[in-house]
Design a protein around this ligand. Structure first.
Ligand code: PMP
Length: 318
């Protein structure tokens, strides 16, 4: 990826990305002791601006997750939101982008630990299109890798080191001819995909594993639960057996990168008719309209990157 004229937020300021460098001795690089976030900015041709989706919730999640690794944000949440907006303005992207804040252990000491060390924040952004085939749907397998348990590396923490688990499962799936992996927890219950939460539909009811199923507490997951309830679709958070994946009427994955991705096949078994289901398509369309600013943003979930944010009293204004 070309990095000319690209920028990052690093050590409290926006700098050319070549200057945003860390030492090979950095604890986070050696031990995976960092927490990250992933946000999307959606380019709107009609409005000629980027909309960042749920900026506040992502930075708040970073702040809260920091506690798991005994890290405090080096700047207040509002300032970090503002830094994201300033970075995107500086980059002047006119396409969909991904934004990656990283809160990391910056000490250069030998030995893994989480206490007492300084931490730092870095943010970069990059153009980013579709991650999964949200139109035609994807083929998934149940991974031979298990989801990390909360008492090993808490998946809710979005801890960088934990993503080795996701990387093992994702590559195994791709190399075996699938698009994505679904991981079971140590108890053998359905947890989530490698970078996305999972929903299934049975008898017109939306079902998703609970926050105690070793999942990341996804912001897209929460968004879709809200949209579904608004549309009168019942939503249940409960344990899900592997074999329910084979008998479900519909399955979809959701996440910032993944958006709403229909699963049309699991372990070589077609999901229902093997095409994206009706509830999945309805929710995907609602989501797409919302994030691109085509429907009313009644909850203030969009931050416009042009100095005229819709959020009141917020990060979008300079
Ligand atoms: N699960 C995992 C493991 C993830 O990495 C992600 C992506 N952040 C998600 C779920 C979806 O979370 P969100 O909707 O907040 O992006």
């Amino acid at each position: 990826m070309a990095i000319e004229n690209r920028y990052a937020f690093f050590d409290g300021e926006i700098v050319p990305i070549e200057r945003a460098k860390i030492s090979i001795m950095t604890s986070a690089f050696n031990y995976g002791t960092a927490i990250f976030e992933g946000l999307r900015g959606y380019w709107s041709d009609e409005a000629e601006r980027l909309y960042v989706f749920r900026l506040h919730e992502h930075i708040e999640r970073l702040r809260r997750n920091g506690r798991i690794l005994m890290m405090d944000l080096p700047h207040p949440v509002a300032e970090i939101e503002h830094a994201v907006v300033r970075l995107l303005r500086k980059e002047a992207f006119r396409e969909d982008v991904y934004v990656r804040p990283l809160l990391y252990k910056s000490a250069c000491e030998i030995g893994p630990r989480i206490h007492g060390d300084p931490c730092a924040l870095a943010i970069f952004a990059a153009p980013f299109g579709r991650y999964l085939d949200t139109k035609n749907g994807i083929a998934a397998c149940v991974s031979s890798w298990r989801r990390l348990a909360d008492n090993a590396i808490p998946p809710r923490g979005k801890i960088t080191g934990a993503y080795v688990d996701s990387a093992l499962a994702k590559s195994e799936a791709i190399l075996n001819g699938f698009d994505e992996a679904i991981l079971l927890s140590e108890e053998g219950l359905v947890s989530e995909a490698t970078a996305a939460n999972l929903f299934l539909v049975r008898n017109r009811e939306l079902i998703t594993p609970p926050v105690t199923a070793d999942i990341l507490e996804g912001i897209t997951r929460a968004t879709l639960i809200a949209l579904a309830r608004e549309d009168g679709i019942p939503v249940v958070e409960r344990s899900v057996h592997r074999s329910e994946l084979y008998v479900a009427d519909e399955i979809f994955l959701c996440g910032t990168a993944s958006e709403v991705a229909p699963v049309i096949e699991v372990d070589r078994r077609a999901v229902a008719d093997g095409v994206p289901g009706g509830i999945t398509r309805t929710l995907a369309a609602r989501f797409e309209d919302l994030v691109r600013g085509r429907s009313e943003d009644s909850r203030g979930w969009l931050t416009a990157v042009d100095g005229s944010s819709r959020r009141s009293g917020d990060a979008g204004r300079d």
